[in-house]
Design a protein around this ligand. Structure first.
Ligand SMILES: [Zn+2]
Length: 439
C-alpha cells in the first residue's frame, strides 16, 4: 500500500523514554555509556552470544515512534547545518507544510539523543514516481551519522555517496553505474596526492569546528598557490589510521589531470620544499608556533607534506576510496573506550556535525558537496528518469511489498515497482502490475 502514512498523520513530537517501572536507574558515564546508578543491580553479566543481547535496552527509544522521530530529526539537522530550507529537501517540504517548527522552540543539541539517532536509520522510506515509466521507486532514508554501522565507515552509505560525487565529477557530471564504468572513467586520469599533516605540538587548541576549518583553509591557500588551475578533491581526516582515538587532523589533496593534457605528475624536491615553506607560513599564521619549512632559516620543527601519484586505474580508485573515507563506528568505540575520548566525541559528534569533510577546488570549485541524502537527485542520477516525490512509507511496509514480489531491488539501497511504460514512453511488452500475486 502506498503512502499509508500521509503527511497529515505526521506531527512532531519529542519522545520521552518511559521505562516500564516508571523509574530510570541508569546514568551516563563520562564517555556517554549508560551504567546502572550506584546501588542499582541490573542482573548478572551477560555472556557473548546470549539471546537477550538483542532485547531492547531500558534507554532505547520507543520503536513504534521511530519514524516520526526521524522526520523531526531531519528538520533539526537542516536547521543546524543551515542547508537548503526550500530546495533539495524533498522530504522536509511536505512535512513542513503540516506544522512548521518554530526555530526558537528547537531543542538544544543533546549528545546522547544525537548518538541514538542511528536507531532510526532506514525506518522510513521515501516513495517517488517515475515520470516516464510510471514506476514507483522506494529509497530508504538514512540517518547520515558516521557511527551508524550502515551509514558510516568504509563502504558505508556516506562513503559511497562521497565516492559517487567524485566519479560524477570525473565523468563530466554523469554517475558511472557500476565497477566497469568507474574503471573506464578513472582510466583517463593522472592523479597526484598531497598529504598535509599538522604538527603535534599545539594541536589541542584546534579541536573545535573553527580550528579544523582554519587548518583546512591553510591547506587550501597553500595548494592554490601551486595548483591554481587543477581539478582538486580534498578530504579532511580528523584522526590518523594508526591511532583512531587521537586527534590528528590531516588534509588529503588529490589533483586530477586528464591523460594527454600537459601535466607533470612527478614533482621536483625543490617544488615540494617550496610547498612546505608556504604551508609552514600558513600554519604559523593560524597559530601553530614553532614550525618551519625546509627553506626557512628560522628555528622550529619541519612541517610534513607527503606527495605521491597514481596513473593506473586501480591506484586511482584506491586513492579516491581512501581520501573520501568517513569516520566509522570503530572511531566512536575507540573514543568511548579511551580515558580522554570525550573530547573527540564532543568534537566529531557535536562540533563537526554537518562539516564539509570533502571539498572541491580549482575548476571543480563551487560544488558544495555535503554528507546529506538528497533522495530525488540520487534516485534520478541512478535511473535516468525525472521523479516526483510522493510521500513516505514505513520500512515494514516496503518489506511486505518486496516479499509479495511487487517491488524489486534495483540498486544498493533502491527498490522499484516497475511501471507500464519504457523510458521512451512506449508501453512495456508485459505489464508487471498485472502479474498475479503469490504464484
Ligand atoms: Zn544510518
Amino acid at each position: 500500500m502506498l503512502n499509508q502514512l500521509s503527511p497529515e498523520n505526521i506531527y512532531f513530537d519529542r519522545l520521552i523514554t518511559t521505562p516500564p517501572d516508571g523509574e530510570f536507574h541508569y546514568q551516563l558515564d563520562q564517555n556517554l555509556r549508560y551504567v546502572p546508578e550506584p546501588g542499582y543491580y541490573d542482573g548478572p553479566p551477560v555472556l557473548p552470544g546470549s539471546q537477550c543481547l538483542n532485547d531492547p535496552e531500558p534507554w532505547d527509544l520507543d520503536p513504534a515512534n521511530l519514524q516520526q522521530n526521524l522526520f523531526y530529526k531531519y528538520i533539526d539537522d537542516i536547521n543546524d547545518i543551515g542547508l537548503d530550507y526550500d530546495v533539495g529537501s524533498p522530504y522536509v517540504q511536505p512535512l513542513a507544510q503540516v506544522r512548521i517548527p518554530d526555530p526558537s522552540a528547537m531543542p538544544k543539541f543533546n549528545l546522547s539523543s544525537e548518538l541514538s539517532i542511528i536507531k532510526r536509520c532506514r525506518t522510513a522510506v521515501a516513495s517517488l514516481y517515475g515520470m516516464k515509466t510510471g514506476s514507483i521507486y522506494y529509497a530508504p532514508m538514512k540517518c547520515e551519522r558516521f557511527w551508524c554501522p550502515e551509514c558510516g565507515g568504509k563502504h558505508g552509505f556516506i562513503h559511497e555517496r562521497r565516492k559517487n560525487s567524485a566519479y560524477t565529477k570525473m565523468n563530466h557530471g554523469c554517475l558511472p553505474k557500476n565497477r566497469a564504468e568507474r574503471r573506464e572513467v578513472v582510466q583517463g586520469f593522472l592523479v597526484g596526492q598531497y598529504v598535509f599533516t599538522t604538527p603535534e605540538v599545539g594541536r589541542e587548541k584546534f579541536m573545535t569546528r573553527e580550528g579544523v576549518s582554519k587548518i583546512y583553509d591553510a591547506v587550501k591557500r597553500t595548494v592554490k598557490a601551486f595548483e591554481p588551475h587543477t581539478d582538486i578533491l580534498s578530504g579532511l581526516h580528523p584522526c590518523g589510521d594508526k591511532h583512531p582515538d587521537k586527534f590528528h587532523p590531516q588534509v588529503h589533496v588529490l589533483t586530477f589531470s586528464r591523460k594527454g593534457e600537459h601535466h607533470r605528475l612527478r614533482i621536483t624536491p625543490e617544488r615540494l620544499a617550496a610547498i612546505k615553506d608556504v604551508y609552514a607560513q600558513e600554519l604559523r599564521d593560524i597559530g601553530f608556533d614553532g614550525v618551519r619549512g625546509p627553506g626557512e632559516s628560522i628555528k622550529g620543527k619541519l612541517v610534513d607534506v607527503h606527495y605521491s601519484f597514481a596513473a593506473k586505474a586501480n591506484q586511482v580508485l584506491h586513492l579516491v576510496n581512501y581520501v573520501t573515507r568517513p569516520l566509522g563506528a570503530e572511531h566512536l568505540k575507540a573514543w568511548q573506550e579511551s580515558d580522554n575520548g570525550r573530547d573527540m566525541i564532543d568534537l566529531c559528534v557535536r562540533d563537526l556535525k554537518g562539516f564539509r569533510f570533502i571539498r572541491y577546488w580549482g575548476k571543480w570549485a563551487g560544488c558544495k558537496y555535503a554528507d546529506k541524502q538528497n533522495v530525488i537527485e540520487e534516485v534520478q542520477s541512478f535511473i535516468n528518469e525525472p521523479v516526483k516525490f510522493l510521500g513516505h512509507i514505513h520500512m515494514a511496509d516496503l518489506q511486505v511489498l518486496i516479499r509479495a514480489g511487487d517491488v524489486a531491488k534495483i540498486g544498493r539501497d533502491l527498490y522499484a515497482r516497475p511501471g507500464p511504460f519504457s523510458k521512451n514512453c512506449l508501453p512495456q511488452k508485459r505489464d508487471p502490475a498485472k502479474r498475479t500475486r503469490g504464484k
